[in-house]
Ligand binder design. Sequence first.
Ligand code: NAD
Length: 247
Amino acid sequence: MKPVLVVTGGSRGIGAATARLAAQSGYSVCLSYNSRPQAAESVVDGIVAAGGDALAVQADVAVEGDVVRLFALASTLGPLRGLVNNAGILERQARVEAMDVQRLTRVFAVNVIGTFVCAREAVHRMSTRHGGAGGAIVNVSSAASRLGSPGEYVDYAASKGAVDSFTLGLAKEVAAEGIRVNAVRPGVIRTDIHASGGEPGRVERVKAAVPMLRGGEPEEVAQAIVWLLSDAASYCTGSLLDVSGGR
Ligand code: NAD
């Protein structure tokens, strides 16, 4: 039976690229999405057409009941061995004075609490302490956690800072239970997320500030994520891996 991997936000961008690569690497992939079911189904169809196994589940990671249901469905595929905490949101660019509590609550609910609750469900199933066979978690943070994103989205950057701290703490908490926990910190990657920040052309604008002078592709982040999931990274835990073209 293939090991099962949950990829949150697997319908588009970095999550979709990760789901495809992980399926090629031998995982049975359960990908979640929040909206646009057609996009999720098209990722599943592509994986199945290539000979892989995948399932799409609608689940808002900010809703605890949705997350519990997601992991229950994923577990019907086989033993859970991995989680990619990828779902994340960015609100429109703004200065701090324009950030109301509704916005802050939503950003932290998805990017931080969603990440925590998904990790909780995964640890419960993978930890040798609970009879699991171990596994790996990769959290998708952001280079913004170091850069701070002033004048754009300091809320988003702070939420990713929380993801970094959570990665460091959880890695130590479950290290002796067969679970490795790492994070990737992408720089500016060509996905739809920039449109939600109000600037679809952001990659072109900021690429001059990237030492490699280009934006990254979702597949380049997926390679790092799948490596961290794999046994090739067997002694890596608590690592925050920048995938940012040197930024
Ligand atoms: P995207 O907008 O293309 O995809 C986001 C995915 O998350 C979608 O599948 C969407 O359905 C899902 N999602 C959003 N809200 C959700 C919710 N409440 N519940 C469940 N799923 C939800 O974005 P992307 O660029 O591929 O982003 C993926 C991750 O990478 C995010 O965590 C993002 O913060 C991070 N990231 C992206 C960049 C970049 O430049 N694209 C840079 C650094 C970090």
